[in-house]
Design a protein around this ligand. Sequence first.
Ligand SMILES: *[C@@H]1O[C@H](CO)[C@@H](O)[C@H](O)[C@H]1NC(C)=O
Ligand SMILES: *[C@@H]1O[C@H](CO)[C@@H](O)[C@H](O)[C@H]1NC(C)=O
Ligand SMILES: *[C@@H]1O[C@H](CO)[C@@H](O)[C@H](O)[C@H]1NC(C)=O
Ligand SMILES: *[C@@H]1O[C@H](CO)[C@@H](O)[C@H](O)[C@H]1NC(C)=O
Ligand SMILES: *[C@@H]1O[C@H](CO)[C@@H](O)[C@H](O)[C@H]1NC(C)=O
Ligand SMILES: *[C@@H]1O[C@H](CO)[C@@H](O)[C@H](O)[C@H]1NC(C)=O
Length: 427
Amino acid sequence: MIALSLTLVASIAAHGVHAAQHLNFDADFTDKPQPFTIHVHQDFIDDTKAKTGKTRLSTDLDQPDFDDGVPSHVVSAWSRYWEDEYDWRTVERALNDDFEHFTTTVHAGENYTYPIPLHFVHHQSKRSDAIPLLFLHGWPGTFHEVAGIIDLLTSPPNDTLPAFHVVAPDLPGFGFSPAPTHPGLGLREMGQGFNDLMNQLGYTKYVGQGGDFGSHILRVMSPDFPDSLVSILSNLFNVTPNSTDLQRFANNQTTPEETALISLLTDPGFTWTKAYWDIEKSVPLQVAIGLTDSPIAWMAWQYMGMRMMTPGYEWSTEQLITWSMLNYIQGPYGGLRIYKEANREGVLDGFFPFVKQPVGVVKYFGDAGYDVPIEWARRQGNITFFSKKTPDVLGGHFPAFLNPQSLAEDCWAFWGNKTASRVDVFY
Ligand SMILES: *[C@@H]1O[C@H](CO)[C@@H](O)[C@H](O)[C@H]1NC(C)=O
Ligand SMILES: *[C@@H]1O[C@H](CO)[C@@H](O)[C@H](O)[C@H]1NC(C)=O
Ligand SMILES: *[C@@H]1O[C@H](CO)[C@@H](O)[C@H](O)[C@H]1NC(C)=O
Ligand SMILES: *[C@@H]1O[C@H](CO)[C@@H](O)[C@H](O)[C@H]1NC(C)=O
Ligand SMILES: *[C@@H]1O[C@H](CO)[C@@H](O)[C@H](O)[C@H]1NC(C)=O
Ligand SMILES: *[C@@H]1O[C@H](CO)[C@@H](O)[C@H](O)[C@H]1NC(C)=O
């Protein structure tokens, strides 16, 4: 028993998982893709349930719900549901049945030389003309954002629409991809690791889809892989106003769309998200201490943003717990810390390289980039496809998950147009 676990620790250490990391799930990361089955350790599941049942509540004030944070009556209902109703094993079985999971170890460039262990799902299309697609989730999220859309992409309803081989990794520090063991794994280095992943799967050319950090990574990786990363469809292509824009805003000279965007960025209903970026980009461990210890606190931390950015959608408690669990199993620190790396790279201040590859931008109501004007987007990318959904179209920050049919139609329209997306390189 002891000898066996020592061997396991040694083989894991050689592949980039810190010996002291308590992943709470079975994990084996070798140097090439191999099948993976999710199995979370029973003692962790039991401890987590016990903790949720013992959640200590704050006393609510007499004020509208969510003014100060998630109200205690909501937290209390979550805590009861998690302790009494929620069954991780049922969820785990469905995740194992619904997806083809793999693990591997990838490598970035000269600036982060440690091995990067990754978990990903890979569904191949039966279509011989299918295009490899790298799907990158955002914050908060995991590979699981791809759930509703993956079959639509691999098996579109007819052969006139493009089909895709879908690769959806967990970003390092999220889901079942262990957090980096050392500082320095920024968005650029993650992109280098994901290019290595695609190459390991035999995809030397591919397209990318993502919102939030998924989109940020695709943008940051675009100059490193001008030929491999063929085109990008972003559902959150944020562009920071420049000083001329802000001056025009002060002079009442901005268009209604520009006014809406700049107003949002300075609205107290939104600036609290910047306040939590400030914590995550400076002392992520400090906030991770409490969130690692309290599953309910972690759930509430994620939910404030999820709620704001998905107007018109009611998350069920069951869904919220699963979303929280997926990032709680290994612990949220690595995922929180992505803000520190992104800040080092200037991404939180809006410094992105210009994307020369064709870029499609789709915008769903409720997401932070909804009112980014096409003229602004063109400052930062070769925009060849642009679609702003009317506010009645569900999607918000998570269109792949909440409105997969709509986002799949965007994918078909963008990558079905060879001029707009350069996909002739695949045929
Ligand atoms: C490594 O970092 C330096 C300094 O930021 C940068 O100039 C260089 O391009 C980076 N190299 C790679 C392969 O990312
Ligand atoms: C293929 O499916 C799309 C989306 O459902 C539809 O718009 C299109 O008309 C269909 N084309 C054919 C030839 O059936
Ligand atoms: C802001 O962007 C606009 C449009 O590209 C440009 O005309 C203007 O010079 C920019 N302002 C600054 C300060 O860069
Ligand atoms: C802009 O409009 C606001 C509200 O109508 C007004 O108070 C303000 O004086 C205007 N500013 C300029 C520079 O015109
Ligand atoms: C933008 O993409 C189109 C379509 O592939 C291409 O023809 C054009 O050269 C690109 N523009 C830039 C500025 O790279
Ligand atoms: C394909 O994209 C090009 C460039 O963005 C655009 O001009 C053209 O109208 C599109 N074709 C179709 C059929 O939508």
